[in-house]
Design a protein around this ligand. Structure first.
Ligand code: HEM
Length: 157
């Protein structure tokens, strides 16, 4: 397997999704941390068991939600050029492995992030926009899961 194959998703993102996600970039830039704060609020309320994996002081001072907001925005900006995100994905994937993030946890974060986007965007979160973000999240999740699987495996060998 080549290095580039480790950073990939088999899913193809449609042009329509790319356009819709890019359309949300300005509103994400403006409301990024509002969305990610809301996301953690929903997640820690609905799935309190995940709290144990997080450094809760980084939650309290907003560091973690700021980092997540930055990466969500970068992803939306570079959704048609995922290679531009390689370095940041790699860094986050290593942190995820350190904190024992598992593939089955991605739908949890997805559900909470999508709900948060919907809550903060309000009327701008049309059905079309939400469908596009659902598709976009699945692709990003797959990129992380693939990269993390590789890091977990290399730690075993
Ligand atoms: C596409 C989905 C995800 C994105 C974009 C994302 C993004 C991030 C970012 C930006 C960081 C900070 C990395 C750093 O400090 O350098 C991080 C850390 C972390 N993420 Fe994720 N993440 C995702 C999915 C998940 C999932 C599914 C879990 C499972 C519960 C998770 C749990 C964590 C934990 C525990 C940390 C470390 C936090 C700490 O240091 O307190 N993430 N993630």
């Amino acid at each position: 397997m080549t290095a580039s194959q480790h950073f990939s998703s088999k899913k193809v993102i449609s042009q329509k999704t790319i356009d819709l996600v890019k359309f949300t970039v300005p509103v994400l830039k403006q409301n990024g941390q509002k969305i990610t704060n809301r996301m953690y609020e929903i997640m820690f309320h609905n799935y309190p068991e995940v709290k144990a994996q997080f450094d809760m002081s980084a939650q309290a001072n907003g560091t973690q939600s700021a980092k997540l907001a930055t990466v969500v925005c970068s992803y939306a900006t570079h959704i048609d050029d995922l290679q531009a995100l390689k370095a940041i994905v790699d860094k986050i994937a290593h942190r995820h492995v350190q904190t024992h993030v598992l593939p089955e946890q991605y739908p949890i974060v997805g559900e909470c992030l999508l709900q948060a986007i919907q809550d903060v965007l309000g009327d701008a979160a049309t059905e079309e926009v939400m469908t596009a973000w659902t598709e976009a999240y699945q692709v990003l999740a797959e990129v992380f899961i693939n990269r993390e699987q590789q890091i977990y495996q290399s730690a075993l060998s």
